[in-house]
Design a protein around this ligand. Sequence first.
Ligand SMILES: [Zn+2]
Length: 665
Amino acid sequence: MNSTGRIEEKGEPDRAVVAPVVPTPGAAVRLRPIGLLRNKIQDGMWATRRLVNHRVTLHHGAAQLEAAGNLFNFELAAGAAGSYRGGNDESGTTAPFLDSDVYKWLDAVGWELAQSPDAELLAKADRAIELVSRAQRPDGYLDTFFQVLHPGKEFTDLAWGHEMYVAGHLVQAAIAWKRGLDDERLLRVAERFVDRIDAEAGPGKRELVCGHPEFEMSLVELFRVTGQARYLELARTLVERRGHGLLGEGRFGSRYWQDHEPARTATKPAGHAVRQMYLDCGVVDVATETGDRELLEAAVRRWEDLVSTRLYLTGSLGSHHRDEAIGDPFELPPDRAYAETCASIGSVMLAWRMLLATGESRFADLIERTAFNAVMSGLAFDGSHFFYSNPLMRRSCGAEVLEGAATTRRAAWFPVSCCPPNLMRFLACWPDMIGTVDDGGVQIHQFATGSVEAPVGDGLVGLSMETSYPWEGTVAITVEHSVAEPWTLSIRVPGWCSHMVATVGGAEPLVASGPGSLVLERTWRAGDRVLVNMEMAARTTLPDPRIDAVRGTIALERGPLVYAVEDADLPAGGSVEALEVAESPRMEVVAENAPGLGETRSLALDARLRRDDEPSGWPYRGSPAAAAPATTIEIRAVPYFAWGNRAGLGMRVWLPTTKTPDDGC
Ligand SMILES: [Zn+2]
């Protein structure tokens, strides 16, 4: 930021692709990223949230990493006096992965600075990079937990020690700084640590597997950045080595760390949600760089099982608190949802890789659903409070939980703070997912006001996009400059969209319904304009009857957004637990402005608010109870991601339906 408070934009885009995932020219992918400097978001909801990330969240992260001791631990590893700090969980055990929060923050800052230079942020990052560099041992080893607390025990507790996981985040941060800023300081550090790990656990060495996947995808990216095939070979080795029980049963069984079955053959997602997502990111990366179709298809099979049986409506995953696991098919309780922010971000990272590999719009659909709902609920409008767990219901009468992962209000930080810096890097990288290229032209996957510049043939084509998405379904795409030869413009038809009309100039309108893509091929000239209109009516959604926990309820959706009702919008004393709505309620879309968010849309509908009596001693009976007295009121539903930014505890996505619709609702 300069002294006027305005974020400076970087001038001329670099020719190289500045993005977290950049497959090599020989990789087996259908689509190629164009990166953060050629996909720009300039206005609208994402612009607002990204600006808050830049101005508030990243600085908040620096302060929290300082206060919690994560940064100080690097000073200790470099020889300073003092005690290891931070990250005690409920049992008082010091987490072994605290370094990764610093790396994830640096990862976010690297991508952000590549797009918007900021001297103050750069100075904070410079200090962190200096600390990290000084902490590295002469032999390349770098993990403050083992250096300070357990010297001599390196690589002795692969199941829980997280050394490769931590290294993976270091590598990803290094890639952000190299690709985004052509700064190799972290890359030199990362390569030395990876070489140390390779010497210990590489092909033909000790058969070690990390209890938390993450390293694999970072190694493939390190191969892509450096051209060093040994990094790809190490990634491939680690993917193949997992699934043979090398990690043992641990506290939660070998499925917890996806060590029960090889990634090549496992057909279902299993165990810890973030671990499964990160593992499959690495699996897809290895598969695309080695041309291993069988490996890719195995990951896609697991993804299909996940999407068809184990995802919450918001796109989030993980219904077990105890082991943060994905859970069984249709085991999706709304109030007990764990739905970790990191798992949703991991799911977006995975779907992005699958989109690049296959070109199939269903992956962009899930990216959209997850990003708008599950991921964005993790961050308060103020930019400095976070949800770790993102349930689909909070009881009004429930106890407030202010510590640990399942806080009922967003917290400024957590003892294990994986989610906040993950949100920071997610927002920094989000523009990457707008558009891609293939040999035939440009694909628009996500809608936001901004611009896309893409290499087509021997030249560059430039598009501008104007929209108030997700609030309205109109998108105007204008060709700003083009190349002489014809090329295709593909526009995703979202899975939620049953009627999309596209008009190019005075031509006959094209009509499409999701899911898929609308493909327009022609010789494009500067000034050509495509007007897209997606019908965006409010709609009701029913759960599969096998999701027992929400049987007899409906959810409200509009466009890509899932809606929720909060206590804050009910009359004083009302609670979301006492609400009932008609099976097909009439809904009115209301344009509003929300503090901290700006333009938004809420849904107005009628509901019955029961006046439940006090508990009668036993909450079960042999026959249906007489209907409790109720009043009909108008309620508001707000976008799910916006919940918890006001007073009041209660919130629910799934609304019970009343069987007596003749009372007017
Ligand atoms: Zn997390």
